[in-house]
Design a protein around this ligand. Structure first.
Ligand code: AR6
Length: 174
């Protein structure tokens, strides 16, 4: 496991990092969970930039990522990514790939913007119902693979809000 990967428990809106990642939906207009918390703490500048992005490029597809200011947050930027809604069954491989894309596309966008420290929430494991164990395995493997090829990134933090996710990440060796 890459030593630049760190684990924390708590509220992502409090973190002083270059960028925090938001588990958004394709409208980018905010919502509940971590999305609601980020927009509440970051203020209206974030939503204003999201509206401009939607006007320019349309809805954000599942697995893709876009970047805005961090507004009033301690983080300089917010990277908004859209996780898959988990249905399992015959779609499961596609959903797993889309979840991996959330992490890799967020990291690519971070690199393009000179971001060196970034924090991820547990994308799709709330309202979108992705099984937490599998989601954690995908998240850690995707970030670890990315870091192996990218020396510029300094720290990637997984910040778990709930005890169950925190325990799962600890068991994965973080
Ligand atoms: N800091 C860090 N993690 C948090 C926080 C926080 N302040 N609050 C919740 N979490 P969810 P999803 C964790 O439902 O499943 C929204 O309405 C939470 O414990 O926020 O990707 C969007 O607008 C969970 O592990 O996101 C979309 O419509 C994780 O964040 C939809 O929900 C993700 O839970 C996206 O669903």
């Amino acid at each position: 496991m890459d030593k630049r990967i760190k684990l924390q428990q708590g509220d992502i809106t409090k973190l002083q990092v270059d960028a925090i990642v938001n588990a958004a939906n394709s409208s980018l207009m905010g919502g509940g969970g971590v999305d609601g918390a980020i927009h509440r703490a970051g203020g209206k500048q974030i939503l204003e930039e999201c509206i401009k992005i939607i006007d320019r490029q349309g809805r954000c597809k599942t697995g893709n990522a876009v970047i805005t200011t961090g507004g009033n947050l301690p983080a300089k930027y917010v990277i908004h990514t859209v996780g898959p809604v988990y249905n399992g069954g015959k779609n499961v491989l596609k959903e797993e790939e889309q979840l991996a894309n959330c992490y890799s596309n967020s990291l690519k966008l971070a690199m393009e913007n000179g971001i060196k420290t970034i924090a991820f929430p547990n994308i799709s494991t709330g309202v979108y119902r992705f099984p937490k164990q599998r989601a954690a395995e995908i998240a850690v493997a995707t970030v670890d693979n990315f870091l192996a090829e990218n020396e510029q990134m300094k720290d990637v933090i997984f910040i778990c809000f709930d005890d169950e996710n925190f325990g799962i990440y600890q068991k994965l060796g973080l």
